[in-house]
Design a binder for this molecule. Sequence first.
Ligand code: SF4
Length: 211
Amino acid sequence: MSFIEERNQKAQETLRKAFQKRNMEMHYCSTAAQAKETILSLIPEGSSVTWGGTESMKEAGVLDALYQKNYTIINRADAKTPEESRALYGKMVCCDYFLTSTNAFTVNGELVNVDGASNRVACIAHGPQHVIVLASMDKLCASVPDAYDRIRALASPPNALRVGANTPCAKTGVCGDCLSPDCICCQILVTRYSRVPGRIQIVLCGEKLGF
Ligand code: SF4
């Protein structure tokens, strides 16, 4: 076992208690394959399922695996017109399970996310009945300010490249604190408590995923 994995194993109980006191449940998986199986086991057959932009879920193979199961899939990429897109967004808000990653999380059990279009942070905050968050342990930060620094330095620039945004970070690789039309840092969400116990389930993964 590597020292990093040993640290992850030892940090589990501290993190689980930190999330529990905020009404969120946590699971720990050493590998992405285990994380995928854990996530699928949390979603009952027949559920409606959708997701926000999430490289972590994609890299772990969760999104592909959803199509092999008996779920009603709501995929906003299926929209062919602005009207269809708007209708799909409406369905996403009312779905049973919303899958996402988190840009960062803290040792105190807070989730920190920034978003551009902001459907992802909206659905984390309210709407879907259940939210499943997949995050690799490299997203662990000491505090909310540290999490925000991590996002600006490590998460948003590659995300801007992923979505083809015309932003300073996409050009230079570092945050320019922009107010540009393509900005992907329009909203900042700190999830510090869930009023609905267990609505948010967090699957932490020892293997690196996403940004
Ligand atoms: S340059 Fe703009 S889009 Fe890029 S990380 Fe900074 S605020 Fe976000």
